[in-house]
Design a binder for this molecule. Structure first.
Ligand SMILES: [Zn+2]
Length: 420
């Protein structure tokens, strides 16, 4: 096991920065509310930019609202190695989600600069705009922005106060008219690495501070609409009913059985929302709508399970004399991390005396978007009880320091010409 007082990175500085950043938008003792493109995020960006500059980087805010720090390489024309995450939070979020990745990256560059190391390729640290997505109901904005993946109506999206994304960007100091200027030309990003808290319980279970991410499970989001016929709860005999909720309940149980059929697989499935109409205790439900979130790193398996789900729904609907319609809301392909980056992370972590397990990410990150234009990898840091998006979210100072050390070593390798 690595001894934390033998680290190259400065653990004290990293922890001080983590603590100071947690003050921006602080909620209670340990919570954070730092909405994207808000005045509080602007202040936090100014602080992070100050740390980036102290770390030897030049800084800029692009027109998508990304804060970018750049450490120049020996070859300034070379495609850039990127690292980063986000510092916007959930409305009642924690101190580590996103911030860990940004500040460990800044610490890694600071260490390089102090040691007088100039990497072959330039390295950029990005704090991506609106990863979380709740303010305008669509996230990963900054990473979609620089990779040219924004939708046409993106700037017209409104928050709950009626402020458009366009206005919020303007208020933040960006020029939405020039948003496309933020897109990196094809081939100009060499590779991307993101450190993030795990947001799950596996590392804690195996008692390891860090994990090597093998890939990100793409989510499939469906809405299932079941229609039956309303009637009096007291007078319609059971065998004459078209009860949409009775049918939907069977469908939900069937869905759970489908995703659990292979205990060795990492497939997960969730029904997180259910609407019952008319929603009266003495009326047989005539319409039920529920959501499906299914994630898997194996796309073929996910497709197979989806077909099984569709068939089950049809059969159950028939049995109850119902109709069923399945609407596809989002279909994101899973993506595997690049083997050469996983290999760099693996050999550096072994060199540090760690036995970092390989694991997939069930949550999506800016890294998933970056994978559309560049090689990528991710490092996970253990977090207490797997809790995130919650003030209880916690990663220890030691684990974060070891994470920053592994990120530092990995970045050094990724930024060498001979790396890949
Ligand atoms: Zn995050």
């Amino acid at each position: 096991m690595v001894i934390t007082n033998e680290l190259t990175i400065n653990k004290k500085r990293l922890n001080r920065n983590m603590e100071q950043l947690a003050e921006f938008g602080k909620l209670g003792d340990t919570g954070v509310c730092r909405p994207t493109l808000s005045a509080i995020e602007k202040q936090a960006f100014a602080k992070v930019a100050e740390w980036m500059e102290a770390a030897g980087m030049t800084t800029r805010l692009d027109n998508c609202g990304n804060l970018i720090g750049r450490k120049e390489g020996k070859d300034p024309e070379a495609p850039v190695v990127m690292t980063g995450s986000h510092i916007d939070s959930q409305p009642n979020g924690g101190r580590f989600d996103g911030t860990s990745g940004v500040l460990c990256s800044v610490e890694a560059i600071h260490t390089m600069s102090e040691k007088g190391i100039i990497p072959d390729r330039p390295i950029e640290v990005v704090s991506f705009c609106d990863e979380e997505g709740w303010r305008f109901n669509k996230g990963l904005f900054g990473s979609r922005g620089i990779t040219g993946n924004l939708d046409a109506d993106e700037l017209n999206r409104k928050d709950k106060d009626g402020i458009t994304r366009e206005q919020a960007l303007r208020d933040f100091g960006c020029d939405p008219e020039k948003i496309t200027e933020s897109v990196y030309p094809p081939g100009s990003i060499h590779s991307y690495i993101e450190l993030h808290i795990e947001q799950g319980p596996l590392l804690e279970k195996v008692n390891q501070p860090l994990g090597i991410v093998t890939g990100i499970a793409g989510p499939l989001w469906l809405t299932v609409k079941v229609k039956g016929f309303a009637g009096h709860a007291g007078t319609v005999p059971m065998d004459m009913r078209q009860d949409a909720l009775a049918g939907a309940s069977e469908m939900i149980i069937a869905f759970n059985e489908i995703v659990k059929q292979d205990p060795a697989s990492t497939t997960v499935g969730t029904v997180g929302d259910l609407k019952v109409s008319p929603g009266s205790r003495n009326v047989i439900p005539d319409e039920v709508e529920f959501t499906i979130d299914m994630r898997d790193i194996d796309k073929d398996r996910r497709n197979m399970y989806e077909q099984q789900l569709r068939e089950s729904c049809r059969n159950i609907a028939e049995k109850h004399s119902l109709t069923v319609e399945i609407i596809e809301d989002q279909r994101t392909d899973p993506s595997y991390c690049s083997s050469w980056i996983k290999e760099v992370i693996r050999s550096e972590s072994m060199d540090m005396g760690l036995d970092a397990p390989k694991m997939m990410s069930g949550a999506f990150h800016d890294a998933l978007i970056m994978s559309s234009v560049s090689d990528y990898g991710m490092i996970f840091v253990r977090c207490k009880d797997g809790i995130s998006h919650n003030p209880e979210e916690y990663a220890s100072q030691d684990d974060l320091a070891v994470g920053a050390e592994l990120l530092y070593r990995t970045l050094l390798k990724m930024a060498q010409h001979e790396a890949h």
